[in-house]
Ligand binder design. Structure first.
Ligand code: PM9
Length: 463
């Protein structure tokens, strides 16, 4: 595999083991064919998510001991506030227990019922909080993002024409804010260029519309800007991140991603009125505004993680590791989203299982069959994740993807080779893989808790 040597060494390990094939099949039945319902000890290599599953540094572990557990005015809050101010450049900080906590405070603060919230593709929790606050999500991402095989460098970009058309049709006063994910998780970790973010920012400022960054993996976006955008090639990841934030009014952050902590998040902003509202709502939904649902030690680990996350070699190594996994999968013919994104490889389930219709849940099924084949846990990012609208209709995304998200600093090249070989084997017998149907579907964020059973096995055509 073509991965540069790790810029770190291993200090602690956790044992993992592979169950036998019959045991894996039994665990799949127990889990209702939903990888979220598998028990972690039954998983060999866990690529469900890169959220909260990262390995912390020794300095982060040491920082845990410094946690100030005072209810109010904790010193650990001051450490976090300074780290965010210096790394992202926002003035005001409200800690939250994780990203969706910040999304809740933001949505409740800025959205009035009937308002529109444009964004560069939906994200599950983000859109749900917008809708729960009475907002209407409008997708304004560029068309290329919906096509898995187009090799454009910035498939996360906002299509300004779509944004302008929306503003024209509903009026700027009905736009609560624009939410810009950088990179775009549901499109395959596709980045946004600084040129595009600047254009969005200039346009929105001219119309009095706020720009909010979903900063969960903004550091990876910054690295991809450095790699692909000529004007920014000589800038560090730290400098590019600050430039990105300077184009926005606020950010919501799941620190469980970029910042390498197991729990934590925040809302940060330069807007005093938004800060005032979010800080007040924080005491209702999260905890006091200086701990936001977290322990003092979590705030300390997050503060150190934020300062460390912008190291160019760490980010570069991570992205090259993801890329190597994608290339290994491609060497077995497995169809994946191109270009390979920052935090994971996304398998194109429609192309992998072309004999299944969207209602036969190809991505959900493929995630289940991958676990059955090799004990690797992945996540559906298709119609099941997209969920239903207010009136019960199914959202029908163009993309049916299975995501292999790489936790940071957790797995080695040989783990990734094992993953690629296992999925490569499955690809050879793809014609015989059936779809799934629901046996249980919860109302909200159904992908977490739904249960399924297999449809009849298709008659395999010999290759
Ligand atoms: N992302 C992920 O695995 C966690 C579970 S799936 C809901 O990709 C973005 C871009 C995310 C994200 C979580 C959140 C929410 C916001 N924006 O999980 O609440 O990828 O910390 O963050 C997951 P929290």
């Amino acid at each position: 595999m073509n991965i540069p040597p790790e810029p770190y060494k291993i200090k602690m390990i956790e044992s993992i083991s592979l169950l036998s094939a019959p045991e894996r099949r039994a665990r799949l039945v127990d889990a209702g064919y939903n990888t979220f319902l598998l028990r972690s000890p039954d998983v060999y290599i866990d690529l469900l998510t890169d959220s909260g599953t990262n390995a912390m540094t020794d300095t982060q572990w040491a920082a845990l001991m410094r946690g100030d557990e005072a209810y109010a005015g904790s010193r650990s809050y001051e450490a976090l506030e300074a780290a965010i101010q210096q790394t992202y450049g926002y003035k005001f900080v409200v800690p939250t227990h994780q990203g969706r906590g910040a999304e809740n405070l933001l949505s409740k603060s800025l959205i009035k019922p009937g308002d529109h919230v444009p964004g560069n593709m939906y994200f599950t929790t983000t859109r749900l909080h917008q809708e729960l606050a009475g907002g209407i999500f409008d997708d304004v991402i560029c068309d290329e993002a919906h096509n898995p095989s187009i090799e454009a460098p910035f498939k996360g970009n906002v299509d300004l024409k779509k944004l302008e058309a929306l503003v024209k049709s509903v009026g700027a006063s009905k736009i609560a804010y624009i939410s810009v994910g950088a990179p775009v998780n549901m499109a395959g970790g596709q980045p946004v260029s600084l040129e595009n973010l600047t254009a969005v920012s200039d346009y929105c400022r001219s119309k009095g519309i706020k720009v909010v960054l979903d900063a969960a993996r903004a550091v990876e976006n910054a690295w991809l800007i450095q790699e692909r955008e000529k004007a920014w090639r000589s800038y560090s990841v730290a400098e590019i991140l600050k430039e990105m934030c300077s184009r926005t009014d606020a950010c919501t952050m799941s620190a469980k991603k970029d910042a390498n902590v197991n729990i934590g998040g925040f809302l940060a902003t330069n807007d005093a009125a938004l800060f005032e509202s979010a800080r007040n709502l924080c005491v209702v939904y999260e905890g006091l505004h200086t701990y936001g649902g977290l322990a003092g030690r979590d705030l300390e680990a997050m503060a150190v993680g934020i300062r460390e996350m912008v190291q160019d070699d760490f980010v570069g190594h991570r992205i090259m590791q993801v890329r190597a996994l994608g290339e290994a999968l491609e060497s077995f013919g497995v169809p994946i989203v191109k270009p390979i994104g920052g935090h994971g490889v996304f398998i194109d389930a429609k192309a992998f299982l072309p004999h299944l219709t969207q209602d036969e849940l190809p991505a959900q099924a493929l995630a289940a069959w991958i676990y059955g084949e090799c004990g690797v846990r992945t996540m559906e990012r298709g119609i099941v994740s997209a969920g239903r609208g207010e009136d019960g209709h199914e959202h029908r995304p163009k993309l049916e993807l299975v995501r292999l998200a790489l936790p940071r600093r957790v797995y080695t090249a040989s783990h990734l080779e094992f993953v690629a070989e296992g999925i490569g084997r499955l690809y050879k017998r793809r014609d015989s893989l059936p779809g799934l149907k629901y046996t249980y579907e919860p109302k909200l964020l159904r992908f977490f808790q739904s249960r399924f059973e297999p449809l009849p096995v298709p008659v395999a055509t010999k290759r």
